[in-house]
Design a protein around this ligand. Structure first.
Ligand code: PMP
Length: 353
C-alpha cells in the first residue's frame, strides 16, 4: 500500500535517493560499503566536496565568500556554536517558538541576549513584525520556519549586523536572496537526508571577531580548515544529503520545488479554510508552507478521522506533543498527490459528519 508520509522530521525523502543510498550501503566502492571505507579515501572525500559545493550552488552562494560545512550534533549544537563563535558582548534574537527559545537559552551562556520580539503571548501562532534590532549587537538570529507551530517568516529584517538563520525545516524549499544571511544552518533530517549531519553555510568575514578560546570541534575556522573532516564525519548522512541535493539540482533547483510547495500549501490551506470541521492554528499571513498545523473542531470525530487516515496510508500527521491537533509536514519530497489524498479524507469526513 502506498504510504503518504507527513512526518515532521525525520521525514519523507525522494524514493530514488533512498534507493541509491541503499545501494551504496551494499556496494559503494568496488564491493565495499559506503560505511566501511575510510572517510579519507578519495571516493568519500569526493562525496564531501560535492555535498559542500552543491549546497552553495543551490543557495546561489558559490564564489561569494561563503563556506559550506557538514557538521554533527544537530541544529541544537549550532545554537551553541553560533554564540561561541560570534557572540562577543550582545546579540539580538527573534523568538518565534521552541527552537528559537532553545537558541536564546544557549546564547545567554556566552553574552547578553536582546529578545527583540516574541510571539509567546499567543502560543507562537504568529510571527512578530515591526521590531527594532539594536545596532550594537554582534548578530541577529531568527528561525525561518517554526516546525512545531507551523509559522514561517516571509520577510527578513534589513539590518547592518550579520543575520544568522536557523533554516532546519525550510532549507532548499523556497527562493530567497540567501546572501542577506551571514550564517545559515539546518539539520539534515527534513529537506536533506537522515539525521546525523547539519549543514552550516557561513560567510567567512564574520569569523575571528570574538576573543574567547573556542574548543576545536566547535570552532568554525577549524572546521573550514579541515574541510568538515576535523573528526570522522557521519558518512551515510552526508552521502544521502548529497544525493538529495543532486536530486533537487536535477529537478531544476529551488525555484522548481518552490512552485510544487506553493501548490501543496494552497491545497491544504484551502481545505482547512473551507471545511467547517477544521481550523488552522497559525495566523493566516504567517502560515508555513512546510508544516500546516490544524485542529479538528468536532472532537467526537477524532477516531473516525484517524481510522480514515490510516486506511489511506497517511502517517505522521499528529501535531507536536506541545501543541496537539494535527500537523501536515509537506517537505520537498512529499508529492502534491499525497496532499491530495489527505485533502480527500478531510472532505470525505465532512460529507460523513
Ligand atoms: N531548529 C528547528 C527549526 C527544528 O525544527 C529543529 C528540530 N527538528 C531543531 C532546530 C533541532 O534540531 P536537532 O534535533 O537537529 O538538534
Amino acid at each position: 500500500m502506498k504510504k503518504h508520509n507527513f512526518s515532521a522530521g525525520p521525514c519523507v525523502l525522494p524514493k530514488e535517493v533512498i534507493q541509491k543510498a541503499s545501494e551504496a550501503l551494499l556496494d559503494f566502492d568496488n564491493g565495499l560499503s559506503l560505511i566501511e571505507i575510510s572517510h579519507r579515501s578519495k571516493p568519500f572525500v569526493d562525496v564531501m566536496e560535492k555535498a559542500r559545493r552543491l549546497a552553495l550552488q543551490l543557495l546561489d552562494l558559490e564564489g561569494k565568500g561563503y563556506q559550506a560545512l557538514f557538521l554533527q550534533g544537530g541544529a541544537s549544537t549550532q545554537f551553541v556554536m553560533v554564540a561561541l563563535n560570534l557572540l562577543e558582548t550582545e546579540a539580538a534574537y527573534l523568538n518565534t517558538g521552541t527552537w528559537s527559545s532553545n537558541a536564546i537559552k544557549e546564547a545567554k551562556l556566552y553574552g547578553k541576549v536582546h529578545e527583540v520580539a516574541s510571539s509567546a503571548d499567543k502560543s507562537f501562532s504568529y510571527v512578530p513584525k515591526n521590531y527594532t534590532i539594536p545596532a550594537n549587537c554582534d548578530y541577529f538570529h531568527c528561525t525561518s520556519n517554526n516546525t512545531i507551530f507551523g509559522t514561517q517568516l516571509t520577510t527578513f529584517p534589513k539590518t547592518d549586523i550579520p543575520m544568522v538563520c536557523d533554516m532546519s525545516s525550510d532549507i532548499f524549499s523556497r527562493t530567497l536572496d540567501f546572501s542577506q544571511f551571514a550564517l545559515i544552518y539546518a539539520g539534515a533530517q527534513k529537506n536533506m537526508g537522515p539525521a546525523g549531519t547539519t549543514l552550516v553555510v557561513v560567510r567567512e568575514d564574520i569569523l575571528n571577531k570574538v576573543t574567547r578560546s573556542i574548543p576545536s570541534i566547535l570552532n568554525y575556522n577549524v572546521q573550514i580548515a579541515k574541510n568538515s573532516m576535523f573528526n570522522t564525519p557521519p558518512v551515510f548522512a552526508v552521502y544521502t544529503s548529497m544525493l538529495t541535493m543532486e536530486w533537487l539540482q536535477n529537478l531544476g533547483g529551488i525555484s522548481v520545488i518552490e512552485a510544487e510547495n506553493n501548490k501543496k500549501a494552497q491545497l491544504i490551506y484551502s481545505e482547512i479554510d473551507l471545511n467547517p470541521l477544521f481550523t488552522g492554528f497559525a495566523a493566516k499571513e504567517d502560515r508555513s508552507k512546510m508544516n500546516a498545523t490544524f485542529n479538528l473542531t468536532e472532537t467526537k470525530l477524532k477516531e473516525t478521522f484517524e481510522t480514515m487516515l490510516q486506511k489511506e496510508g497517511i502517517s505522521g500527521l499528529n501535531g507536536h506533543r506541545s501543541v496537539g491537533g494535527y500537523r501536515a509536514s509537506m517537505y520537498n519530497a512529499l508529492t502534491l498527490d499525497s496532499v491530495g489524498v489527505l485533502v480527500d479524507v478531510m472532505s470525505e469526513l465532512e460529507r460523513k459528519a
